[in-house]
Write a protein that binds this ligand. Structure first.
Ligand code: PNS
Length: 159
């Protein structure tokens, strides 16, 4: 049996924290599918297409990772593509309420779906796409937070 998992997020843009979760998920699952979704409470900087291209560029070396995007409910995507496992990263206690709510809502909507949490590596525990965008926007150094390709994409966007 192939063990496959879905890693959803807005990935606007993908960070070293996301990359760490993906690398670790790849050691547990045979196939990991990263799916870019809309988060209605966030205004994206990059389009779906741009984010997908960025992720493909920085994750080229992972043969068991695929990338997709979807406008709609996570549970609908999971059902249509036969996923039963969702991966999410947990950075700090402050993430817990939101993640707990999402995991329970998804489980209520899709009875066969479970969410598995990866504790972030401590060196990425403070990272978030939103903060990285803010730092970049005002000219700060983001090279430790994102892959070089993403750093360049952010710089170009804010130029
Ligand atoms: O990286 P994010 O922004 O924390 O990811 C949140 C995301 C995109 C996974 C969440 O907003 C989501 O699942 N969006 C799809 C719409 C949906 O299913 N919403 C209900 C979630 S309980």
């Amino acid at each position: 049996m192939i063990r496959k998992a879905l890693y959803p997020g807005s990935f606007d843009p993908i960070t070293n924290g996301h990359m760490d979760i993906i690398q670790r998920a790849c050691t547990i699952f045979d196939e990991v599918t990263i799916v870019i979704f809309d988060n209605p409470s966030k205004e994206p900087l990059f389009s779906f297409l741009e984010r997908k291209e960025q992720i493909l560029k920085v994750l080229g070396a992972y043969p068991n990772v695929t990338v997709d995007s979807f406008k709609g409910l996570l549970v609908d995507y999971a059902r249509d593509h036969e996923f039963h496992t969702i991966i999410r990263g947990l950075r700090a206690v402050s993430d817990f309420d939101y993640e707990f709510q999402m995991a329970l809502t998804n489980r209520k909507l899709g009875k066969t779906i479970d969410t598995i949490f990866f504790m972030t590596d401590e060196k990425y525990s403070y990272l978030s796409s939103s903060l990285i965008k803010q730092v970049c926007k005002y000219g700060g150094d983001i090279s430790a937070f994102v892959p070089a390709y993403i750093e360049e994409a952010l710089r170009l966007r804010y130029e």
